[in-house]
Design a binder for this molecule. Sequence first.
Ligand code: SF4
Length: 341
Amino acid sequence: MEPFVPQLVYIEPQALAYPLGKELQDKFEKMGLEIRETTSHNQVRGIPGENDLQQYRNAKSTLVVGIRRTLKFDTSKPSAEYAIPLATGCMGHCHYCYLQTTLGSKPYIRTYVNLDEIFAQAQKYIDERSPEITRFEAACTSDIVGLDHLTHSLKKTIEFIGSTELGRLRFVTKYHHVDHLLDAKHNGKTRFRFSVNSRYVIKNFEPGTSSFDERLEAARKVASAGYPLGFIVAPIYMHEGWQEGYEELFQRLQTALEGIDLRDLSFELIQHRFTKTAKNVIAKRYPKTKLEMDEEKRKYKWGRYGIGKYVYPDVQAKDLESTIRGYIQSYFPQAETQYFT
Ligand code: SF4
């Protein structure tokens, strides 16, 4: 798959006060992209499209270059202490994506150029927790790797965290455009994770992302560049033949990673879940989706802010967990499985 190129770019005037803002303006001008000015991302107007669906699709290829005003980082359990805000939104079209609801009516992609302010805040959080390690997750609100060939803000973050003693960085991606990150001075402090799934899930629910083979080739590259490597199997989904589907995934992973030093390999396991709001949004945006979201077949689990979600009932969730843990044990006995949720 080709690297992402926005169809339309908006630039907030304040962003031009930062070197990265100016650099991106010059770059996008040279690329011949349509650039518009906007006072703030909330004022983004005129994304083309004759109806909501078209506007949604066009928004996903619209990039807003702006500054991050709120410097209070969200928490990011269970994988990290904080979410480091580098971008929001994503060019992918995964049907199940939680950004469908968290970004609501603003699905365009935003990248933040006030990196020094963001790093200064991260350093404060690190200092507060010293001598404990502080982990930052960079992919809570976007697929940052899918965007980074344009901005290099992730690369700068990897190098910033690499220069700290107690900071750690992690992110997950479904994109394979990693070449510019291979020479980053990460100092082993960034865990590079790829999102993987059964053939069925990738084929039916992950349009607009890199193929499984492309992701694995990228995984080989980053592991060879010395990054600690991880895989997130998410969402784990009970489709027909899911046991064989997931076993095949681990077989293919094992074959693809032959010869790679896997002493520091991690897995994270996340079962499929949805909220009522997500179900409604997904039905509108991907009306033909095969994604099963029948509340009757799920268990309701209370969540943060009183927003509950539907997960698999306990018996099925245990089956998913023990089956997948069993495959990891067989194919990657040395790996650490960090959690199932
Ligand atoms: Fe969402 Fe990740 Fe898919 Fe992007 S790649 S649409 S962030 S699930």
